[in-house]
Design a protein. Structure first.
Lengths: 432, 73
């Protein structure tokens, strides 16, 4: 997988709102450059102190769920140390195959993420810290850890664990299972991992971008953080952008930015995909006025997720794209829950049938029924996210479904547009 | 205290005993997995519900106090 271009860098092609980018420097920053820019890690001296600032800042998780960060911090801070342990995890698994932002962030600003990890650990009173990645750690990360250790900056040693290349490997309970030496599979909750996680110890799992924001809030305060974004959803977020007229790139955008400014809405764009493969297809030009915040996206049944944004070119077949991705999602079911195990492959096969030439009369009704049967019936949100993706595709690409029923297809370019991993692993050992 | 039925979907292997013992609150989907009524168990069905919970071969069916939060991803 190629590293995405950083379009947020100062002097980059993209025009940015005042004060951005916050997270992404133009070139990798080692500890020396990091300290010159930010100074040392601003420890508060005891637990809990940072949590009020995080609450005031309005920071939400940037891994996809947009859960208020202070609430998880508070739960883990309140919990007692169990079996001598309390755990924090920087989650860089980035298991969305279309997302590139976490890997780019860790390559460019590893010290910001590691500051955030140590500060979160201090805030909740953690006894151990982990970094969870879907690849072997790159030289920037290893160097940052070594430099921090020799300078005595890190109060907790950081253990790196590699995630398997599976879509669900970054799910919170899956992370905890993998760190415990088991397969990276979701579990049935409650209890949440914040109450009983790794080895039964209270465990805070935060996305690496979330921790980088936290490290900046610890330095500059909640008012600074709220200077961009909307009042309900403050701050900025990293987005990974796919559009017809540009290379795949990562861009830090203020929450509330018009999506048109990020994705384009010209005649060369037929639909947007917002929120990645658990996300939502939005029709063009109907959705063209929407902005990058969940209040606006919710009106279209969408959410920003982990910031994967795609503008599907007009010369591609959205139905074919949706069928391809759904096939991948079905193969990525952990296979633990009956409705997901049985429903997703059938949904994927039905969508593939629609994307072929001609389909059986009952296929659309089957799809709708199966979608209803899997939604809300998994231990994790994989069936729900898949159904959101599929249902929005059926709506937005309804005209294309009719064309395919007549044996036609409007695409003139048949190359795949949305990225999928090469070769989908299906063996059980691939979860470790 | 009102209680609701809840299935642990990982533990459930679709034996279907719950639907046999408690058809008022449990239906089976087309693959044999239970679809439980999300509403609180009415007092009249309390005993049957407890019987269904006890009879589940994989201990996947539980009675939970109604306020308990739903699963979140």
């Amino acid at each position: 997988m190629s590293t995405a271009v950083n379009e947020s860098a100062p002097g980059g092609a993209a025009r940015q709102a005042a004060g951005l980018p916050r997270l992404l420097p133009a070139a990798p920053e080692d500890l020396h450059a990091h300290l010159a820019r930010y100074g040392p890690t601003p420890y508060r001296g005891r637990t809990n102190l940072l949590i009020d600032d995080i609450e005031t800042s309005g920071l939400t998780g940037r891994g996809g769920a947009a859960f208020p960060v202070y609430r998880k911090l508070a739960v883990v801070a309140r919990a007692g140390v169990r079996q001598g342990r309390k755990v924090v995890v920087a989650n860089g698994a980035e298991s969305e195959p279309a997302s590139r932002k976490d890997e780019l962030l860790l390559g460019l600003a590893p010290n910001l993420v590691l500051d955030g990890l140590q500060l979160a650990a201090e805030a909740v009173g953690a006894t151990e810290a982990h970094l969870y990645l879907h690849y072997a750690p790159g030289p920037q990360i290893l160097r940052a850890l070594a430099e921090r250790s020799s300078r005595g900056l890190d109060r907790l040693a950081v253990t790196i664990t590699q995630a398997p290349p599976r879509f669900l490997a970054g799910q919170e309970a899956a992370v905890v299972n993998r760190l415990g030496g088991g397969p990276a599979l979701p579990t049935f909750q409650p209890p949440r991992v914040s109450e009983r996680g790794l080895g039964g110890a209270p465990t805070l799992v935060q996305n690496v971008e979330t921790l980088a924001h936290l490290a900046l809030i610890a330095r500059y305060g909640p008012r600074w953080f709220r200077a961009v974004g909307t009042s309900d959803e403050p701050g900025s977020m990293l987005t990974t952008i796919y559009r017809p007229d540009a290379k795949t790139h990562v861009r830090e955008a203020a929450i509330g930015t018009p999506l048109e400014a990020l994705l384009g809405a010209g005649a060369d764009v037929q639909a947007w995909l917002v929120g990645g493969y658990h996300g939502t297809w939005l029709p063009m030009p109907e959705a063209a006025g929407i902005t990058l915040d969940n209040a606006s996206l919710r009106r279209f049944g969408a959410a920003a997720g982990a910031g994967v944004l795609a503008a599907l070119p007009s010369d591609r077949c959205g139905l074919t794209e949706a069928a391809r991705v759904t096939g991948y999602l079905a193969a990525e079911s952990a296979g633990q829950c009956g409705p997901c195990l049985n429903g997703l492959p059938r949904i994927a096969a039905a969508l593939a049938e629609l994307a072929g030439a001609g389909h059986r009369r009952r296929t659309l009704a089957d799809l709708e029924r199966w979608s209803g049967l899997v939604k809300g019936r998994g231990a994790c949100n994989h069936p729900d996210g898949t159904v959101r993706f599929v249902r929005s595709a059926l709506t937005v690409f309804a005209p294309e479904i009719k064309r395919h029923a007549r044996g036609q297809c409007s695409a003139t370019d048949r190359r795949p547009f949305l990225p999928l991993p090469d070769g989908i692993p299906t063996r059980e050992e691939d979860w470790t | 205290m009102a209680e609701t039925l809840r299935v642990n979907p990982i533990a459930c292997t679709g034996h279907g005993v719950c639907a046999e013992l408690l058809p008022e609150l449990v239906a089976l989907d087309e693959w044999g997995y239970p679809i439980v009524d999300p509403r609180p168990v009415p007092p009249a069905l309390d005993r049957d519900a407890r019987r269904a919970v006890a009879a589940c071969p994989t201990l996947a069916l539980r009675l939970l106090r109604s306020e308990q939060p739903a699963r979140s991803g």
